[in-house]
Design a protein around this ligand. Structure first.
Ligand code: SF4
Length: 449
């Protein structure tokens, strides 16, 4: 049933929004939810909603399968809901989502901005455009304690394994004044953490007239908002290795910029980096990472690693493993390669056997645990400023928090704290059974100050 305004007037309709994938999708989902609420919907769980929107991801085969599984489950568990699929998978392959009535409507990226209007489309239809409008940036009231502010979309790079440039189009950036205006808006709402996000954040400003870059943007933020940022902070989402030097000075200089960077290196083998069409070699990546970690106090550096790229030998994997082991990363995200439709790598023939891929991923995931433990040890009993989350940990009932340098921790049960506020905590030495750190508060310090 298409939802008409008449229906809305009679009964408050319920809507649920489910999000897969990156922080840009999260930012866009919050904006879509806000549009739905403005149109008269109320937020509900997927099981009780009249409308469920799934914002999909297509970056890996696994993300795609997850979207299809969720849709199948939704249709089974809540058959009366209108199910709308949007996001990268809907943009790249709407037919797959409409097949067997998995979704009632499939909408592309640019259609997210007019979701409410498009709900009137007859069931079984899709609407996908490929002109990728330059202006899909907006500000919304976040549902969580931190806001994801999208300032860039699309990507001008052509990594051979990646379908994202096809699903998101060329790089577009929000103008500097609008970025500042957005940040000011969030600060006025009382938000204590704003994450600047983009599909290829380091390309921010490259196609603006005149061209601009992240370094200038962060300087302008400090100039305009530095005083307001004394009680709030900004975090940067993922940034490509060659673009990380653009933010090094700001990380060193501005206390409002969280000492945390996610810098995907993907491989430590120059042969594989070349085949991936990544624009750096292992030495360049290594120099950038070492410089950042030496220059920026307390910095937590994370990375993405892909295993099983076609042609990757045991020797190539060992190069990656040894490089990552030697570098001061605080955590690793490991992704087994999966061929994506319409990418260069899809046609490559030297497929790595699944068994080898699984073993390589397991070895890197064990290294990830070692890296996390080492990072905690380096932070043991040191004060960090943490953002208090608005949900408690499901199993322990304890308050969750996130430090400026990206340590997720739990407060002791007896400590109370205001969701969304910043608080000074100390970090324990090891991960607990839920793989989270333990945080504690220094009462003697609080009493004396
Ligand atoms: S930089 Fe490479 S991996 Fe990242 S979105 Fe662009 S093409 Fe994909």
């Amino acid at each position: 049933m298409a939802i008409s305004r008449g229906n809305l007037a009679r009964k408050k309709m319920k809507a649920a929004l489910l999000t897969l994938g990156c922080k840009v999708n999260q930012a866009e989902s919050s904006a879509m939810m806000e549009d739905l609420i403005q149109a008269g919907y109320q937020s509900a769980s997927a099981l009780e909603a009249d409308l469920v929107v799934l914002n999909t991801c297509a970056v890996t085969q696994r993300a795609e399968s997850e979207a299809l599984t969720i849709l199948r489950r939704l249709k089974r568990q809540n058959p009366r809901a209108l199910v709308v699929a949007t996001g990268c998978l809907a943009q790249l392959n709407p037919h797959k989502l409409l097949k067997d009535n998995l979704a009632d409507l499939a909408l592309g990226q640019d259609q997210k901005a007019s979701l409410v209007e498009l709900l009137k489309l007859p069931k079984g239809q899709f609407l996908v455009t490929t002109d990728f409008k330059p202006s899909f940036f907006y500000h919304h009231k976040p549902e969580r304690t931190r806001a994801f502010q999208k300032i860039q979309d699309g990507c001008d790079a052509r990594c051979s394994y990646c379908a994202v440039p096809l699903a998101r189009g060329p790089s577009r950036s929000q103008g500097l004044e609008k970025v500042i205006e957005g940040l000011e808006g969030y600060l006025a709402m009382g938000l204590k953490e704003i994450v600047l996000t983009g599909i290829h954040l380091g390309q921010w400003g490259a196609r603006l007239m005149p061209p601009n870059n992240l370094e200038t943007l962060l300087e302008a933020v400090d100039k305009k908002l530095g005083s307001k940022l004394k009680t709030a902070r900004i975090r940067l989402s993922s940034i490509e290795p060659l673009e990380a030097p653009l933010v090094e000075k700001a990380l060193k200089r501005y206390s409002w910029l969280c000492p945390h960077l996610h810098l995907p290196i993907q491989s430590g083998s120059d042969k594989i980096l070349k085949a991936m069409n990544r624009p750096y070699d292992s030495k360049q990546a290594c120099d950038i990472i070492l410089s950042l970690s030496q220059q920026v106090q307390g910095l937590n550096l994370g990375t993405d690693l892909m295993v099983g790229f076609p042609g990757e030998t045991k020797e190539d994997f060992e190069l990656s493993y040894n490089l990552v082991k030697s570098l001061p990363f605080g955590y690793l995200h490991v992704f087994p390669f999966s061929p994506r439709p319409q990418t260069e790598a899809q046609a490559l023939k030297q497929i790595t056997p699944e068994k080898l891929k699984r073993a390589a991923a397991a070895k890197l995931r064990a290294l990830d645990q070692e890296k996390r433990a080492l990072f905690l040890l380096a932070n043991q009993n040191k004060p960090r400023v943490a953002l208090i989350e608005n949900t408690t940990h499901r199993l322990s009932g304890r308050i969750k928090l996130l430090t400026d340098n990206y340590i997720q921790a739990l407060l002791p049960i007896e400590i109370k704290a205001e969701p969304g506020s910043l608080m000074e905590v100390y970090i324990g030495s090891s991960l607990n059974r839920w793989r989270l750190a333990e945080a504690y508060v220094d009462h003697s310090k609080n009493e004396s100050t």
